[in-house]
Design a protein around this ligand. Structure first.
Ligand code: ZN
Length: 159
């Protein structure tokens, strides 16, 4: 079977982000490169939320999807090239928002500065306080919105 980088990206739409089950890694902008040499596919991914242990599981899932098509795959993680929120498609932003997740308004070297730029994903208020810098996973922080009273989770991108 002859694969194209576009086809590989389509296959990988079936792989969800390990942290956000309803958003694919393609929409999250994690796939930075697909190189094909004969039946060998090399996929380069950037981790969205550094330090998340799920990255190994993700590499395995990507490999499985490609190998099911009768090709061999290697999956490399590019830690040197930081993921940016701009890589996300509109579908990914909408998926996050629908599920009540927030992303930092600005990306900063300083994790505290990022945490303090949080806004409520439901009502867009910036009157929020940090309840816990660690949510259900190390990649999330929990906030409470003073305007609508709801708690929400913020994803912490790599710094
Ligand atoms: Zn709110």
């Amino acid at each position: 079977m002859v694969a194209t980088p576009e086809a590989v990206r389509e296959w990988l739409r079936s792989v969800p982000d390990p942290e956000i089950p309803f958003v694919s890694i393609v929409d999250m902008g994690m796939i930075q490169g697909v190189e094909i040499t004969g039946s060998q596919v090399k996929v380069t991914i950037v981790p969205t939320f550094a330090g998340c242990p799920a990255i190994r599981l993700l590499q395995e899932q990507i490999r499985q999807v490609i190998e099911e098509k009768g090709l061999t795959a290697t999956v490399e993680v590019d830690y040197a090239q930081p993921w940016k929120a701009e890589y996300m498609t509109k579908a990914a932003w909408e998926g996050l928002r629908r599920a009540g997740f927030a992303l930092p308004q600005k990306l900063s070297e300083d994790p505290w500065e990022m945490l303090h730029s949080a806004r409520c994903p439901r009502c867009d208020s910036d009157s929020v306080s940090l309840l816990s810098p660690f949510g259900p996973t190390a990649c999330r922080a929990i906030f409470k919105c003073h305007t609508c009273g709801e708690a929400f989770e913020l994803f912490k991108p790599p710094v």
